[in-house]
Every structure is written in C-alpha cells, then in structure tokens.
Design a protein around this ligand. Sequence first.
Ligand code: ASP
Length: 447
Amino acid sequence: MGRYNSCTGNFTFIDLRDRYGKVQGIIDKKSADFLESKRVTTESCIQIEGEIKSRPKGTENKDLVSGKVEIAISNLKILTLASPLPFELTKDDVNEDLRLKYRYLDIRRTVMTKNLELRHKIINFIRNYLDEKQFLEVTTPMLTKSTPEGARDFIVPSRLHPGKFYALPQSPQQYKQLLMVAGIDKYFQIAACFRDEDARADRSPGEFYQLDMEMSFVEQKDILDLVEDMILKLVKELLPSKKLTFQKIPRLTYDEVMKKYGTDKPDLRKDKNDPNELAFAWVIDFPLFEEEKANGHYAPMHHMFTQPKAEDLKYLNEKDAHKVKAYQHDLVLNGFEVGGGSIRIHDPEMQKKIFDLIGFSEKQKQYFEHMLTAFQYGVPPHGGIAPGIDRLIMVLLGQPSLREVIAFPKNKEAKDVLMDAPSWVDEKQLKEVHIKLDLPKEKVEKK
Ligand code: ASP
C-alpha cells in the first residue's frame, strides 16, 4: 500500500505500508516515474523497485522502526488507485458504524492488524498446547438441533423436510459429551456458537467463539489445573508486559465471593487503573439451580447436564433442591466471566431426575432421548469447560469492546453493516422453504 505523503519540487515522498510495517519511499524528479508518482493517492496499492539507503543526517524518523532508512524508488507501478477515503485511518475517534461499514480499511490500522495477529497467536498457542497433551480438535455440526444453553436459538428452515428447522448450536455441549461416549477422551474445538440475544458489553450479539473442551475420567481439579497451566503459560509467552496478580489462580467458592464481593465475577486486581494487570480467579461450588424458580420449577444455574455435588445428593428433591451445590467452575478475569464449565451427569437416572426438577414434559424429555440412549453404552465420567475466545482476548488485550478483537463483528443492533445483513430474501427462496411472512406492521423495516 502506498500512502502518498508530500511532494516537494524535486521529490515525491511515499509512505509504503504493508502488514509488517512502514517505510518511507522517495522518488527523484529525474526519475522516469516521477510524474506517475504524483498520481498516487492515499491508500493506493503500488509496486516499487528501489534501493534501501540511509536517510541523510537530520532527516531520520525516531518514531518509525525503519526511520533510519528510506527507499530510493527507481521503478513505480500503480496497481490500483484508491478513491477518497470515508475516514482518516490515523484518527482514533471514528464513528463505529462507519468503521464497521469499511472494516477492510479499519483493519489496515496498525492497532486492528495487531489485535488480529495476537488473536491468531493466542489461538495457535492453545492449539499447540492442547495438541501436545493429545487433545483432538473435532469439528461438530453447525446445522443441528436446539442446545439448551438458556438463550434463544437461531433457526434454519429445511427445504428437504418442509416445516422442519435446524438450529444453529448455542454451543457444541451435547456433541462434546457424545464424543466422550465415543472414546475421544480429550476433545477441543475453537467452536462457533450462536445465540439470539441482544448485545451485551461482554458478548457479541449473534455469534461468538469458544474454546470448547471436554475430558473423560477427570475430576474438577484436573480441568482447573490444565486450563490454569495453559492460560498462565500463554500470558507469559505472548503477553510478557502483563502483570499477573496471582501466580497461582485462587479457587474461591460461590458463597465466599457472593458474601465478600456481592458478585460471582469479582474483579480482584490490586490496582484497577493498571491496564496491564490481570487478576484471574476460579469460582467453584455454584448452586445447581438458580435461586428464583422459573414457572414454579427449578432452572439450572449452568446447564442441565451439570453434576450435583456428591455430598448434596440427599437434597435432590422438589423441596430441598435449592440447597444442592454443583461441580460447576467459572474462570473470572478482571471482573469478567471468561469461561464456564462443569463435571457432567453420566447416569441416565440422575439426568432424568434433573429433567423432572426442571419441569420437563415427556415431550421435552424426548428431545434429549439421544443423550440418555448414548449413556446406556458405557459412558465414561466426564467434564469440561468453554472459555469464550473473543471475551478472553478482549480482556487480555485490554480492549474496550469485543468488536476490537473480531475481524467482522455485528454492530450493537446485531447487524453486519458491511454486508448489510440480515437482509430480505427473494420470494422464491421463501417459497422453496415453504415460508410465508406474517410481519407485525410496527416491526417491518423498509425494504
Ligand atoms: N457449553 C457450556 C457453555 O457454553 C460450557 C460447558 O459447560 O463446557 O457455557
């Protein structure tokens, strides 16, 4: 990319930038390409040949890594000229929707490029770490059946099965448990998850990524030890300027943190103004069910596959179930929940009992028949966790919003303003999937 800078009588200066850095190019009036160089507009794409030279004394630029040198351009070819830009790439306070609409320009800004680079490195680190520990990355389906993570599903109409719908996975929860039955004793996936929720400060609306993990023959401590080792090594290797509040991540009970901090995701940084401080904490021993009953029934605090603690099984009845604690674990970082998981139920009878306490009808129970069936074929005890990739990276990098660490995020209204999605589809497409729209007048946006 060439960023045309200035042109004195005898020279044209061109800032050359690519993903790896920036260097000044200079082209002499005597050069055959001098006239051509004057046509170069800001952010054009050019090809050059030239000689790298030390800059004349006094003209060095200390702010640039390559500021001691410049390229004396001998050959210049304009590959494509850039139109006037919708915003200046050097500005920091550009309207966010404008940035998202022209995201490909926004990503050219060094800070965005760096965020994406670090995101890659973090995911790469995780993959290598888990690969060394013999974890298998398994891809699970996108077109599937509803997964009960407590949010609304995105549904996809089926053309081949009129009137039926797939759901996009809220998480691969059931698949990863089925993989345990399948003998894949260490599983992970950088998994796309879809939840039809309104935007929240710490969750991108629509879709997000999780480091989804599941292991067989583990106790809660094993999961915590492994994730802790991975995450602390990751911080030390990739983010050496960060300061860890705790060299060993404290393991606190839900009751303890609620009493002391009034929240289950306490910010334990010593200095809350220090952007480089990272305070991880584990919160464990959550109640199995939410305090408030929903429709007269218990609602799971984590999800319905979470195993109650052995010593509390005596309370697992209609009257006392609120006293039951679970093998649930949340990873907290600087006041954000960056991951949650649990030891799972692997006894079909226990699972049925939980379904009853949640108030499942026979029809709803049937929805999970495949899990109960699978558990009849030698299911190993298992458990897992799923740190949220976007959220974890946002907090690790000290970014103000999830959108800073995602290449093409939705805006706050869950729209992709670059592609203009969601959008209307053709009548023909609707017909193919046997759908007729019946829109309430006040909800119809202009076509
Ligand atoms: N599936 C859970 C979630 O998305 C995580 C887990 O229990 O492993 O929150």
